[in-house]
Design a binder for this molecule. Structure first.
Ligand code: HEC
Ligand code: HEC
Ligand code: HEC
Ligand code: HEC
Length: 159
């Protein structure tokens, strides 16, 4: 009788552990930062946002590819998204102008990383990105980066 109770007790623990595991997996998924768009960042970083919109070509870059859309096949046009929008091909990134209008230009998050967690908490520790040469090289080829002198241009007219 005693053994049987032990077994039941163990079974109950196994069920509880499995439930806790599932809960943790859910929490981890929720902790995955996604892209929110520059305007959301501007809610708390007004100076950076105002300067970015006024001075950075990135802030208006979708317009540059849109102008060329007619001359491109839909597939070629989608090929532009990787560099001329925010987070294309990544969780919560740009999909299309209709579905994700807030991510239509390369915004704050192409340099600072997806910012949903930080934008919700205001905690710098929740920022996933660290700005480095590799960050830029994803879109600016290393020859281009070397040519325009990386260090002084790190802010890219953003702020
Ligand atoms: C709810 C307000 C809020 C929003 C929205 C917000 N931030 Fe912040 N952010 C803060 C606060 C508060 C700090 C810490 C104080 C400071 O540096 O201004 C901070 C700091 C930062 C820093 C400096 C981090 C460091 O380690 O010093 C960066 C970069 C940043 N935010 C980028 C962003 C980006 C990109 C977005 C949009 C995805 C964003 N923030 C949205 C409140 C916010
Ligand atoms: C997601 C792609 C992407 C990333 C990452 C990226 N850029 Fe850019 N950047 C662009 C595009 C696209 C343009 C051209 C915008 C246009 O004119 O349509 C551009 C333009 C520029 C310019 C031209 C001047 C201006 O006002 O915009 C500079 C300088 C620049 N980027 C520097 C950087 C630096 C430095 C980094 C890294 C810290 C970086 N960029 C990261 C895509 C990117
Ligand atoms: C691998 C990243 C990347 C891809 C993919 C890409 N671009 Fe760009 N594009 C850039 C960068 C970076 C710049 C900024 C200027 C430079 O460094 O030469 C730029 C600049 C431009 C400009 C000049 C904007 C200005 O300031 O006048 C146009 C137009 C443009 N791209 C159109 C396109 C189109 C159309 C596509 C898709 C067929 C495309 N790009 C794909 C990275 C990219
Ligand atoms: C082209 C890359 C790039 C873009 C785009 C960009 N930043 Fe930054 N940002 C930087 C760099 C580089 C730093 C210096 C700190 C570092 O290395 O992380 C920085 C620093 C900051 C800081 C810390 C305080 C300061 O001003 O130094 C804040 C806040 C910030 N950025 C917010 C923003 C917001 C909001 C946007 C969009 C409106 C934005 N950034 C767009 C590159 C960028």
């Amino acid at each position: 009788m005693r053994r049987r109770r032990d077994h039941l007790f163990l079974a109950a623990i196994v069920v509880l552990l499995a439930a806790a595991g599932a809960f943790h997996a859910g929490a981890a998924a929720e902790r995955q930062a996604v892209y929110v768009g520059s305007e959301t960042c501007g809610g708390c970083h007004e100076a950076q946002f105002t300067s970015f919109r006024a001075n950075s070509k990135k802030a208006h870059s979708y317009e540059n590819i849109r102008k060329m859309q007619k001359k491109l096949t839909p597939e070629e046009f989608r090929g532009c998204f990787k560099c001329h929008t925010t987070g294309h091909g990544e969780p919560g990134g740009f999909v299309s102008i209709e579905e994700t209008p807030a991510l239509q230009n390369p915004g704050c998050e192409v340099c600072h990383g997806p910012g949903s967690l930080h934008a919700a908490s205001g905690d710098p520790a929740d920022l996933t990105g660290r700005v480095s040469l590799q960050t830029c090289a994803k879109c600016h080829s290393s020859e281009r980066v070397a040519a325009f002198g990386f260090k002084p241009m790190l802010y890219a007219g953003a702020h």
